[in-house]
Ligand binder design. Structure first.
Ligand SMILES: NC(=O)c1ccc[n+]([C@@H]2O[C@H](COP(=O)([O-])OP(=O)(O)OC[C@H]3O[C@@H](n4cnc5c(N)ncnc54)[C@H](O)[C@@H]3O)[C@@H](O)[C@H]2O)c1
Length: 352
């Protein structure tokens, strides 16, 4: 049985705590929680019947845990992981893993040096429709890749951004691309392959924040295909969709719903027996934009640690979508097409 501690008892911690304390994840249990705000720590600690702390080091010294989940503000992930890594425990870190590539590199190096595994939460990769799409892509069913599109049309009002001072800031959060769309950007690259270049425009349309609430990006992939990212939290009056569509010379798939869970189109030139089932069996739109993937994600983490298997999203894989996001911001700042790999110069993400 692997024991977990949580650092950060905010909004997303509820999901982690519930899964780890309810027996939903075989082979995993919640051992302790920590938040700088004692009331938040107490709430989850008491609900899950585990000790709660306000200092992560006190928690680490008092509780012998196997894994630590870092669920703090995005801009704090790197510092928290660096602080925890020397305890030699495996680390799960929420997305985005960090806000600068230097921080991501330091996290990977610290975990390697201390012999601990680093897992970046990208739970949408575990949505069953997404897994089916990936299987089709790996089997070459799309033929020549033509166009990959993601659309994130969610609603985040001023009230959402005002709830916590870190939201919508360059230093701690980033905008819709870094926060809400980072899952979809990760999926796009996972399906379409490495990106050659990006050209982007963004704006802050409907709320008063430092970062963008709306962005469009044109991508060129190394395999010659093109891509489009349309990401906004300025959809009103409510969430509309989080979707990915992949078009190739011999197939088209679109997965939509709020959180990339509903297969809308599953068309292949060369049909296979199981194709008929796919639309009916594997689509469930979840009640909220987080989706169902955290359960499958934790099951994957446990299985990777127990069997010493490679993680689907380790530090290097998490860094990849961060590099892409930084390149998109660099394009916004320069007004130019940005070629990857690249070293950020004007990208504001992760800077005061
Ligand atoms: N995977 C997903 O779908 C998903 C969904 C929501 C949020 N997230 C990510 O989870 C992270 C947290 O988001 P949130 O909405 O829960 O934020 P939040 O502000 O609700 O919670 C963050 C908590 O961390 C605590 N904290 C900060 N520094 C700490 C420290 N040193 N020790 C202990 N506690 C500390 C804060 O007091 C706060 O309670 C963000 O990186 C966000 O991008 C991921």
């Amino acid at each position: 049985m692997l024991s977990f501690a949580l650092i950060g008892c905010g909004r997303i911690a509820d999901r982690h705590a519930e899964l780890l304390s309810s027996g939903a994840i075989e082979g995993a249990q919640l051992r302790a929680v920590c938040d700088l705000n004692i009331e938040k720590a107490r709430k989850i600690g008491e609900r899950c019947s585990v000790p709660f702390f306000t200092d992560m080091h006190e928690m680490m010294q008092s509780e012998n845990v196997d894994c630590v989940s870092v669920l703090t503000e995005s801009g704090s992930h790197a510092a928290n992981v660096l602080e925890i890594a020397h305890y030699g425990k495996h680390i799960v870190v929420e997305k985005p893993m960090a806000l600068t590539l230097d921080d991501a590199d330091a996290m990977i190096a610290a975990c390697d040096a201390n012999n601990c595994r680093l897992f970046v939460v990208k739970q949408n990769r575990f949505n069953v429709p997404v897994q089916k799409l990936r299987e089709a892509q790996e089997a070459g069913r799309f033929g020549k890749m033509v166009l990959g599109t993601i659309r994130v049309r969610w609603c985040r009002t001023q009230e959402y951004y005002d709830r916590d001072s870190w939201r919508g800031t360059w230093a701690q959060d980033g905008g819709v691309l870094t926060n809400q769309a980072s899952h979809h950007i990760d999926l796009l690259e996972w399906m379409m392959g490495d990106v050659e270049s990006v050209f982007a425009k963004s704006m802050t349309a409907l709320v008063d924040i430092e970062t963008e609430d709306t962005a469009v990006v044109i991508l060129k992939f190394k395999n010659g295909a093109l891509g489009v990212i349309e990401a906004t939290t300025a959809t009103r009056p409510k969430d509309l969709e989080g979707s990915i569509s992949i078009l190739g010379s011999t197939g088209t798939v679109e997965i939509g719903g709020f959180a990339v869970n509903e297969i809308r189109h599953w068309n292949f030139l060369h049909e296979e027996k199981q194709d008929k089932d796919v639309l009916e069996k594997y689509s469930v739109n979840p009640p909220n934009v987080y989706g169902f993937g955290h359960k499958a994600y934790y099951e994957h983490v446990v299985s990777c640690i127990e069997n010493n298997d490679a993680a689907l999203v380790d530090g290097f894989e998490g860094r990849k979508s961060l590099e892409l996001i930084c390149a998109i911001y660099e394009s916004v700042e320069t007004g130019k097409e940005v070629y990857l790999r690249f070293a950020p110069k004007l990208c504001k993400l992760g800077r005061e």
